[in-house]
Structure formats: structure tokens, C-alpha cells
Design a protein around this ligand. Structure first.
Ligand SMILES: Nc1ncnc2c1ncn2[C@@H]1O[C@H](COP(=O)(O)OP(=O)(O)OP(=O)(O)O)[C@@H](O)[C@H]1O
Ligand SMILES: [Mg+2]
Length: 227
């Protein structure tokens, strides 16, 4: 079977890219080949490609951030930082989910580990009819659900986990990536989430210093890459 993970989130800006980069970095350190994809990206500015999600993912995977590499990892790129269905509509197009699935499947292989970052939260609309959840259910890859530790994050994360479970998307782990100014210590948020999801690994990732390659500072995600 192909090895891969789909990195999804309880919402936008929770740490999906950071965690996906940390996983890519971990694979490289273990000398395991890795391929990264962020098929759909909104809010993309070609002049800031290095700092885009796609650019960060490529750098973490050890790939030079060229136009060709960006186009291959992220075929669906939109300038406006809004949901993909609306971002595509503003360009007079819509996203062909079959083509997205085809790109994902083509990237899966026994020869490397494939990391796919979704877009926005679990039910961000890709088209007017299809959400990221439908995408994940069709693909069938195990998901890593990333959430934050801001006030309200517990409900967002449990809600996201509930719909994944309902749609039979396997959850490899829940990652709680510490938010800025969390209302309680990170461990308390993670423990509370774990209490409601007794059969799932819940991994707390503390706030790390915003250095150039912050993902290199994240340890303890290796278990997500086994199984
Ligand atoms: N544990 C953490 N420590 C430090 N910074 C973090 C942590 N988690 C997230 N961040 C920072 O928060 C911001 C948002 O994280 P990230 O870009 O990974 O979120 P995302 O879920 O991928 O967002 P999007 O929906 O835009 O793809 C980034 O600047 C990231 O570096
Ligand atoms: Mg991201």
C-alpha cells in the first residue's frame, strides 16, 4: 500500500503547514523519500512563493522552490485568501474535484511517503457542492487532524473529528498546535480533547520560536509516520 497522510485542520491558520513541514523534515532526517502536495492554495502571491504554504512544504522536503515545483505541488493556485470555491469563481473557473483526486492518487507510491495538505478546515468548500471532507473520504488516506489551543478550539477540534469519524476517514492522530496566548496550559487542552477521543493519539505541540525553519524544532511526530 502507498504511504501517505492527509493533513487537515479544525480550521484555517491552526498549524497544518507547520505540522506537515515537521513531518517532511522528520522523513528527510530518517532518509526516507518524501513528496509534498498542497493541491489547492488560496491567497497565493507568486512574488512571495518561498513563504507560501507550498514554498514552505517544498523547502521542508528539500526541494528548491521554483515555478515548476510550485506548479507541480499546487496546480490550483488563487490570489484571493478566501474559500477555494469562491476564489475559483472570482477567476471565472471552478475546481474539478476529479482532477484533484487524480493528482493526489498519482502522487501516491510505494517509493516515497506522500504528505498532502488540505485547504482550510475539514469542511472548507472546494466547489459549491464538495468540501475537503468529501475529498478526504474519496481519497481514503489516513488524516492528521490539526487544531489549535485558542478559546473554542476544543469544540472545533471535536466537531472536526466527529465528521471525519462519521465519514469513515481514518484519523492517524490529532495534533494540538499551541495557539498564541492560549487561555489554559496546552496540556490541559490536549488532555481534555483526548478524554473525548479515547482511541486516538492526541499530540501536543508547544509554541515554538518563529525562526526561519520552525518545523525543524518540532520533535515527537515520528509515530504518525508508522503504521
Ligand atoms: N506550535 C506553533 N508554534 C509556533 N507557531 C505556530 C505553531 N502553530 C502554528 N504556528 C504559526 O501559526 C501560523 C499559522 O500556521 P500554519 O500556516 O501552519 O496554519 P495552516 O493551518 O496551515 O493555515 P492555512 O489554513 O492558511 O493553510 C504560522 O505562522 C505558523 O508558523
Ligand atoms: Mg497551511
Amino acid at each position: 500500500v502507498s504511504q501517505g497522510l492527509f493533513i487537515t485542520g479544525a480550521g484555517t491558520e491552526v498549524g497544518k503547514t507547520l505540522i506537515a513541514c515537521a513531518l517532511a523534515h522528520h522523513l528527510r532526517r530518517a532518509e526516507r523519500p518524501v513528496k509534498v502536495l498542497k493541491p489547492i492554495i488560496s491567497g497565493f502571491d507568486p512574488d512571495l512563493a518561498e513563504e507560501s504554504d507550498t514554498g514552505l512544504l517544498l523547502r521542508a522536503a528539500g526541494v528548491k522552490v521554483t515555478k515548476a515545483a510550485i506548479a507541480e505541488a499546487s496546480p490550483w493556485r488563487y490570489a484571493d485568501a478566501i474559500s477555494p470555491n469562491m476564489a475559483a469563481a472570482r477567476t471565472g473557473t471552478s475546481i474539478d474535484m476529479d482532477a484533484v483526486l487524480e493528482q493526489c492518487r498519482a502522487a501516491l507510491s510505494d517509493d516515497h511517503f506522500t504528505l498532502i495538505e488540505g485547504v482550510g478546515g475539514v469542511m472548507a468548500p472546494v466547489t459549491d457542492e464538495i468540501t475537503v471532507l468529501d475529498w478526504m473520504a474519496a481519497l481514503g488516506l489516513p488524516a492528521v487532524l490539526v487544531g489549535g489551543s485558542y478559546l473554542g478550539a476544543i469544540s472545533h477540534t471535536l466537531t472536526a473529528a466527529a465528521v471525519l469519524i462519521e465519514r469513515a476517514v481514518p484519523i492517524r492522530a490529532v495534533v494540538v498546535s499551541e495557539s498564541l496566548d492560549p487561555p489554559v496550559p496546552l496540556a490541559q487542552t490536549a488532555t481534555t480533547i483526548a478524554g473525548f477521543l479515547p482511541h486516538l493519539p492526541v499530540i501536543a505541540v508547544p509554541r515554538i520560536a518563529p525562526i526561519d525553519r520552525p518545523w525543524e524544532a518540532i520533535d515527537g511526530l515520528g509515530e504518525l509516520l508508522e503504521g
